[in-house]
Write a protein that binds this ligand. Structure first.
Ligand SMILES: Cc1cc2nc3c(=O)[nH]c(=O)nc-3n(C[C@H](O)[C@H](O)[C@H](O)COP(=O)(O)OP(=O)(O)OC[C@H]3O[C@@H](n4cnc5c(N)ncnc54)[C@H](O)[C@@H]3O)c2cc1C
Length: 386
């Protein structure tokens, strides 16, 4: 019998398993892919602080360090945020194939048992014990535990099985496509973002520099998009990078629905994308997945000590993630709902209103300037940003 079974070895699951093991628990981490971190479904950007809170940065999993961000309004107006001025808005572009695997090895070194190419395909809960049914290369067997940590990503099976409501409505999801591109011209010290309802409705186009080439991708909200994300991205790439070459393609989805009511049920906690922890505005989810994994691991250790795996006890995990970043998710969801209604003309107007000589070029300072010039635009969300 395992104290904890963690389903999914993304950043959330590996940090959860590592934290459980460091706290003396007998933990199994199962991952359905044969290679952890492959295929990559991510643009791989993370802020410096978010990464360094959990892992010491190592050259082998960092593809690029960036010093700022360039944001483009629909008419091409550019706003550059330098690291000096933008503080923690920028940081690293990871090599997630290596990073995710490294996190799993940290979990394993801490004492977690790691099984790859192993799918948790069903669960049976009876008398406070969960039987987790596993499948690997045609072989099926089951293991027992009192606690499951569902870190199984946006399509979480664990959430569904244990009846935790994580339903995503069409406006609660970003549908993404990304190319790894070479033969394109850009400043490798910067991440790029292109905004506009006509190029990426409900989302944006990004370029994140890699050691060789760059991740060029798009996220759109299917509820308002008129084409597929790939069609939008192809239109953009043909115009912007006509000589570019595509050497990799990934497609995936990010939950952007904001804070869910609860991420626990009897005998289970959800972390990361499974618990809809990604940022509703940026779609970034690595940082919150790691934070949630850490909190879930800590609460798992307390639950084992008290031999209490009830939802009532596990609510202390809800408290931890909600206090850390849950409120922020709720605020950003409201702001996102406002932003997706803005037409390109309004976005241009906003970009023009940012003075060139603004003293501090942080996101907050920019928003304040916009608010001063166009209070009506942001009036109903002023409490969220001021
Ligand atoms: C195109 C795209 C670009 C993105 N760009 C960024 C970015 O730049 N920065 C950022 O912070 N975030 C980004 N994200 C979001 C980020 O990738 C996720 O938020 C993050 O990976 C969530 O981590 P996680 O551990 O919760 O889940 P995941 O990383 O999704 O890991 C879940 C794991 O569970 C495994 N699994 C699923 N079901 C089972 C099962 N039944 N049994 C066993 N294993 C299972 C999966 O194989 C997977 O390895 C992007 C997402 C997309 C789609």
């Amino acid at each position: 019998m395992y104290d904890v079974v963690v389903v999914g070895a993304g950043p959330g699951g590996s940090i959860a398993a590592k934290t459980c093991a460091e706290n003396g628990l007998n933990v199994l981490l199962v991952e359905k892919r044969q290679e952890i971190g492959v295929p990559v479904r991510c643009a791989e950007g993370i802020s410096r602080d978010a990464l360094e809170r959990f892992v010491e940065p190592k050259k082998f999993f960092i593809s690029r360090e960036v010093v700022g961000a360039k944001i483009f309004a629909p008419d091409g107006t550019e706003i550059t945020l330098s690291e000096e001025k933008a503080g923690n808005e920028v940081g690293y572009v990871l090599e997630r194939k290596v990073f995710d695997r490294y996190l799993a090895t940290l979990a394993s070194q801490a004492g977690a048992e790691v099984l790859v190419k192993t799918t948790a395909y069903d669960f049976e809960r009876k008398d406070g014990i969960v039987k987790v049914k596993l499948r690997r290369m045609g072989e099926e067997w089951e293991v027992e535990t009192k606690l499951v940590i569902g870190a199984d990503g946006v399509e979480s099976r664990v959430a569904k099985f244990f009846g935790i409501d994580t339903t995503l409505k069409p406006d609660g999801i970003e549908s993404c496509v990304q190319y790894l591109m070479t033969n394109i011209d850009f400043d490798p010290d910067y991440c790029y973002f292109w905004l506009g309802k006509s190029i990426a409705p409900g989302g944006y186009i990004w370029l994140f520099p890699k050691r060789v080439g760059a991740n060029v991708g798009i996220g759109v909200m299917p509820s308002i998009a008129k084409k597929t994300p790939k069609e939008y991205l192809d239109d953009f790439v043909q115009k912007k990078f006509p000589d570019g070459r595509i050497v990799e393609l990934v497609a995936g989805a990010v939950p952007v629905c904001g804070e869910i009511k609860t991420a626990v049920a009897d005998n289970v906690m959800l972390v990361g994308d499974a618990a809809r922890h990604a940022d509703p505005i940026t779609g970034g989810g690595i940082a919150n997945a790691m934070k949630a994994g850490y909190y879930a691991g800590k609460v798992a250790a307390e639950a084992v000590k008290k031999n209490d795996f009830s939802a009532k006890f596990l609510k202390r995990y809800d408290k931890l993630w909600k206090e850390d970043f849950g409120k922020e998710l709720a605020k950003k969801r409201k702001l996102q709902q406002k932003l997706i209604k803005m037409d390109d003309e309004t976005l241009n107007k906003i970009a023009h209103s940012i003075p060139k000589n603004i003293k501090e070029l942080s996101v907050r300072a920019i928003v304040l300037e916009i608010f001063k010039k166009h209070p009506k635009l942001l009036w109903d969300v002023k409490d969220l940003i001021l």
